[in-house]
Each structure stands twice: as structure tokens, then as C-alpha cells.
Design a binder for this molecule. Structure first.
Ligand code: PMP
Length: 426
């Protein structure tokens, strides 16, 4: 395939936009080469600026669970736009989406809309701190909760008492309140909680991790976290930006059967427009301004176009919950196909999967946390990524990302993907 025009557009973009992109993972830094510039997309396919057609496995990193340019969503946005795009005043559709979202997920009374997953997680932590009157939080190495300062904390080896910033610009003052634990390591969490007794506001976690590849928590780990939080008066925050409205109507809370105290959402809830949200019981949510003391706001929050896209998307998922099983079935089919080809090629690999999230790691050890995920062989990953791209398959351009399947993918697309893998040299 030829990617000439994409390369030219990238060169031009680099003159005016740092690194040529508005979000770093798009730049192919981990895999080398120039990123693909998209012209349009429909269903499961991307059409790039060189005229190539690609089968898409990222779906805008999750939101487009029913495929690109899904008609009910697009039509809702077009109709809404005709009446104005933003008012900075309340609109009825905000309540409609809030009501629907709350009815789909377990255990939540109220929800507030923001503009991104980053904002949702940042606001959830502020709310947890305000509500509990405590400062510290625990996050897990390899979990991503957006780019707000408290979350950009480097993974230490094992549990460390004080975080250190891994991005210049994050102050030591902020970093010291974010403690790190290893995913699936309950003992590590217990040690941190003991060492910081009475000081922890929240434990934030991706309930199925998707930012170090896909990593599934053990049952005892999740149950243990819930117990510790209840015992120690710590709020359990589920970051469901990826998993919410993707794994099931009620997201990870439903499939894991664990109740979180605050849940953050993004991606699917916005139908592909910029939306995030956070939700909790009224007792916690009423701590937010204007009723409560914890400040949180947004000029474009609850934007009518974003709300109309989200409402169209959730309405469809709510009415057709079979979508979740259909996606899980397709993902399992892909898993089996990839595993068969890699095994036949004699390539060491691990495939992690949950629902419609899946990742391939080139290592012979089980991938259960950030440290084991980081052992994957990046040279093989690069050959895999570029080999697949050459054959028109667009995978996430980093070994640390989960794929997101969309329900517009057909079994023929999956067969083409598996066949493409057969044809590449690893
Ligand atoms: N939380 C999780 C689990 C995410 O995967 C992401 C983004 N990939 C975010 C938060 C941040 O969301 P956004 O990029 O919309 O700010």
C-alpha cells in the first residue's frame, strides 16, 4: 500500500502542530514510520488520504462501538446542530442522557457531564478528596486516567510510598499524593493503606485495564479492593472511560459484580463527540457545586451536539443489548484465529481478552500487570503492526494499547485479518 499523501500531510502538520499530532499516540513513535491521515470512515472501515481502505481495530480508541458514521448518531447530531451548537444554559437533552445513562448502570443516582475522560477522572478525584477530607490517592502502574497532573506518575518497581513525576511540569507536591501499586497485587495495596492510614481519599483503577494492553483483574483482587475501601473509608473509583457501555449496559460494575463509589465514563457515552462523565450516589454527587463545596465546571459541558450523539448511541445499546455478546463473540473468534497463526509460526505470545477488548503480547510469560506487559518484545510488535498495516489492517500503534472491536466488523473482516497475519513475516 502507498501512504505517500499521509506522509506529506504529516510533514506539513509537524510545522504547525507539536509532533504533527494533537495526541501523542497517533504519531507512531512506538512503531516508527509516519501516521496515516484519515479522510473518512464508514462502518468498520477507514479510508485514508491515499485512497487506501483499512479495517479499523481502534474505533477512535473505543467510542465507535457500532462502527463509524453510524446513521442514528450522525442524524441526531445534524438535526441538533440546526438549532444552535452551544448555549451555556441548561437544555432538556442533558437530563434525558443523564436519566438513560443512570438507568443502564448499577448503583448510581446522579451523573455530571464533562468534555473528556481526563476531565472526568480529574473531577472524580477532586470530589473524592472533598468528600472524604483526605488528600492521597492510590493508582496502579500502567493504568491511564488521562493527563491531569495527579495521574502522570511513574511506575515504580513494586509499591512505592511516594510517587515521582514522570512528566516535567508535574510538581513533587502533586506527585507525593499519588501512591503507586501494582495491578493484581492486593498485598501491595494493603501495605500502602497501612502505611498511609487515615490519609487516603480514593483508590482509582481501570476495572479491566486497557492501557498496558488488556489486563483482567483477578476476582480476589477486585473483591479485596472493595473490602479495603469499605473498611478504611476510602472511595473506590472505577475508571470506566474504556469499559463503560462497552462491556455491558452496566459496564465493568455489572460484569465484575462490584459496586464502585464513583465511576468515570468517556468514549462510548459521547458517541464519538467529546464527552466524559462521572457518577455516584447522591450523597457524594451533592458535594459538587453549585449545591456543594467542590468546584467543577465547563463552558461546553453538556454540549447539545455531544449530548445528542451520546443519547442516540446509548439508546441503541440499551435497546439492543445483544450487541455486547455479538462483540464478545467476534473478539473470541479473532483471538482464536490470531492464536492459531502465531502458534503455527512458533512465535511466543500471550493474548489477553475481555468482552470486546483484546491485546497481543509477544512474550511467553502471562501478562498480569505493567511489569509483565513491558516484557513484550517490541521488535516483533513493530513487524506485526507494520506487516498488518501493509495488508490494510489498522491496529493500535503501540503494544500497550487494547484493540477495540466495533459491531460493524463482519466475520469476513475477521477472516481477512487472520489471513493477513498468515502472510506476514515475524
Ligand atoms: N481513562 C481511561 C481508562 C482511558 O483509556 C482514557 C483515554 N484513553 C482516559 C481516561 C482519558 O480520556 P481522554 O483521552 O478522553 O481525556
Amino acid at each position: 500500500m502507498i501512504y505517500q499523501r499521509s506522509s506529506a500531510l504529516f510533514a506539513e502538520a509537524k510545522k504547525y502542530i507539536p509532533g504533527g499530532v494533537n495526541s501523542p499516540v497517533r504519531a507512531f513513535k512506538a512503531v516508527g514510520g509516519d501516521p496515516i491521515f484519515v479522510k473518512k470512515a464508514k462502518g468498520a472501515y477507514l479510508y485514508d488520504e491515499d485512497g487506501n481502505k483499512l479495517i479499523d481495530y481502534i474505533a477512535s480508541w473505543g467510542p465507535l462501538i457500532l462502527g463509524h458514521a453510524h446513521e442514528p448518531v450522525i442524524n441526531a447530531v445534524i438535526e441538533k446542530a440546526k438549532n444552535g451548537t452551544s448555549f451555556g444554559m441548561p437544555t432538556e437533552i442533558e437530563t434525558e442522557l443523564a436519566k438513560l445513562a443512570i438507568s443502564m448502570v448499577p448503583n448510581m443516582d446522579k451523573i455530571r457531564f464533562v468534555n473528556s475522560g481526563t476531565e472526568a477522572c480529574m473531577s472524580a478525584v477532586r470530589l473524592a478528596r472533598g468528600y472524604t477530607g483526605k488528600d492521597k490517592i492510590i493508582k496502579f502502574a500502567g493504568c491511564y486516567h488521562g493527563h491531569s497532573d495527579s495521574f502522570l506518575i511513574q511506575a515504580g518497581s513494586g509499591a512505592v510510598t511516594f510517587g515521582s513525576p514522570n512528566s516535567p511540569g508535574v510538581t513533587q507536591g502533586t506527585a507525593k499524593d499519588t501512591l503507586l501499586a501494582a495491578y493484581n497485587d492486593l498485598d501491595g495495596v494493603k501495605e500502602l493503606v497501612k502505611a498511609n492510614k487515615g490519609e487516603l481519599a480514593a483508590i482509582i483503577i481501570e476495572p479491566i485495564a486497557g492501557n498496558m494492553g488488556c489486563i483482567v483483574p483477578t476476582d480476589s483482587f477486585m473483591k479485596g479492593l472493595r473490602e479495603i475501601c469499605t473498611q478504611e473509608n476510602i472511595l473506590l473509583i472505577f475508571d470506566e472511560v474504556m469499559t463503560g457501555f462497552r462491556l455491558a449496559r452496566g459496564g465493568a460494575q455489572e460484569v465484575l459484580n462490584i459496586k464502585a463509589d464513583i465511576v468515570t465514563y468517556g468514549k462510548v457515552i459521547g458517541g464519538g463527540l467529546p464527552v466524559g462523565a462521572f457518577a455516584a450516589k447522591s450523597e457524594i454527587m451533592d458535594y459538587l457545586a453549585p449545591d456543594g463545596p467542590v468546584y467543577q465546571a465547563g463552558t461546553l459541558s453538556g454540549n447539545p451536539l455531544a449530548m445528542s450523539a451520546g443519547l442516540a448511541m446509548l439508546t441503541e445499546l440499551n435497546n439492543k443489548p445483544a450487541v455486547f455478546q455479538s462483540l464478545a463473540d467476534k473478539t473470541e473468534y479473532l483471538h482464536k484465529g490470531i492464536a492459531k497463526v502465531l502458534t503455527a509460526k512458533g512465535i511466543d505470545h500471550q493474548i489477553n481478552r475481555f468482552g470486546s477488548m483484546i491485546s497481543v503480547h509477544f512474550t511467553d510469560e502471562p501478562v498480569v500487570d505493567f511489569a509483565s506487559s513491558a516484557k513484550g518484545d517490541n521488535e516483533t510488535f513493530k513487524a506485526y503492526f507494520h506487516g498488518m498495516l501493509e495488508k490494510g489492517i489498522y491496529l493500535p500503534p503501540s503494544a500497550f494499547e487494547s484493540y477495540f472491536l466495533n459491531d460493524a466488523l463482519t466475520y469476513a473482516d475477521l477472516d481477512d485479518t487472520i489471513k493477513a497475519l498468515e502472510g506476514i513475516q515475524l
